[in-house]
Design a binder for this molecule. Structure first.
Ligand code: GLY
Length: 344
């Protein structure tokens, strides 16, 4: 069902269209000079579906999130005679929205920006919230801005061509919203495998809708990541450490991080009984539990260097019950101690 939400924040407002077709892009561009930034895969599969406009297509992959690629894009923008009044539409996954958001917010100190997320992860997370940026070597998202796109157009039909592995990866963020914000998401997912979710259009629309609402709610409460918004890091602190050490999808690394956060929540006597088991059943059925034996010490070393560190303690997002989080500062030693007799 078509719906429209709005997201209001200090760094601008977005209109978010759910279940919307690409023909809407024409009216949203409103006669402005427009360029479509996308990646080669999306362009090959879906290029014809977009209204007529200039296209810049970049290679797929995280490497594109660089200052070097941003410079090439600025040059392309000059070539296409784009100015402040022009519009950049970034259509793709998180790499394209992060890079497109960064370029549009810095080119001539800011031009029009809209997103068409084409992966599940981008629909429920990367395209929403305004944070953009590029990597600096191994340092992720080191350079960037916060600026809300004018619009985010979510057309779930893009998911039909999304590789299964990427779809499953995106489901980890959906489970995260179920745990930190909207428990109904967990009930919707329980007992379903990834293919059942992918093929059930109504279910898919509902979990996207609920996830989008969860993200809007958190971002509106706190945009700059210093307070409430930190709950979005649930599973990500440990997950990022895992991601650096193992060749895993982002979703599986985050799922592992959520398993750790749930185990810590239980150890600290915070978590209601039964929640961890339910989350584990859902993650297992969605094929999100990775078969790894991480080196806990190395993960802790990476986490200790993480930018979320405050003094010696790491602000860990833990859970009391679905929808109720608690941020607990823990030292690496405390975390290791709590995990000692688990298989995590
Ligand atoms: N662009 C993702 C976020 O702001 O959270």
């Amino acid at each position: 069902m078509q719906k429209e939400y709005s997201l209001h924040s200090r760094c601008g407002s977005s209109r978010i269209f759910l279940d919307e077709g690409l023909e809407r892009l024409g009216p949203l561009a409103g006669g402005r000079r427009t360029v479509l930034l996308t990646d080669e895969r999306v362009h090959a599969l879906h290029g014809e579906r977009f209204p007529e406009m200039e296209v810049i297509s970049i290679p797929q992959g995280e490497q594109a999130k660089s200052l070097g690629r941003a410079t090439l894009l600025y040059q392309e923008m000059i070539r296409h005679k784009m100015d402040k009044a022009s519009l950049l539409i970034a259509a793709g996954g998180g790499v394209v929205t992060d890079l497109g958001g960064f370029v549009a917010s810095t080119y001539q100190r800011g031009m029009g920006l809209g997103f068409v997320p084409t992966t599940l992860l981008a629909m429920v997370d990367a395209a929403l919230g305004g944070k953009n940026g590029v990597n600096l070597g191994e340092y992720k998202n080191m350079v960037g801005t916060i600026r809300q796109p004018e619009f985010v157009l979510i057309d779930p039909s893009f998911l039909q061509t999304l590789p299964r592995k990427e779809f499953i990866s995106g489901l980890a963020e959906v489970v995260k919203y179920g745990l930190i914000s909207d428990p109904a998401i967990l009930d919707l997912l329980e007992g379903k495998d990834a293919d059942e979710v992918a093929l059930d259009g109504d279910l898919l629309a509902e979990i996207i809708d609920r996830s989008v609402q969860a993200k809007i709610k958190v971002v509106e409460e706190d945009e700059d990541d210093s307070g409430v918004r930190r709950i979005l890091n649930f599973g990500h602190t440990y997950g990022h450490g895992i991601e650096r050490l193992h060749d895993l999808s982002h979703g599986r690394a985050v799922a592992y991080g959520m398993m750790v956060a749930l185990a810590l929540s239980e150890k600290l006597g915070l978590l209601e009984t039964g929640v961890r088991e339910k989350a584990m059943r859902i993650l297992r059925q969605l094929e999100l539990i990775p078969d790894i034996q991480p080196d806990r010490e190395r993960v802790m070393e990476i986490i200790a260097r993480d930018k979320k560190r405050r003094g010696d303690r790491i602000a860990f997002v833990l859970l009391r019950r679905p929808g109720v989080t608690e941020i607990v500062p823990l030292t690496p030693e405390e975390i290791a101690g709590h995990l000692e007799d688990t298989d995590l």
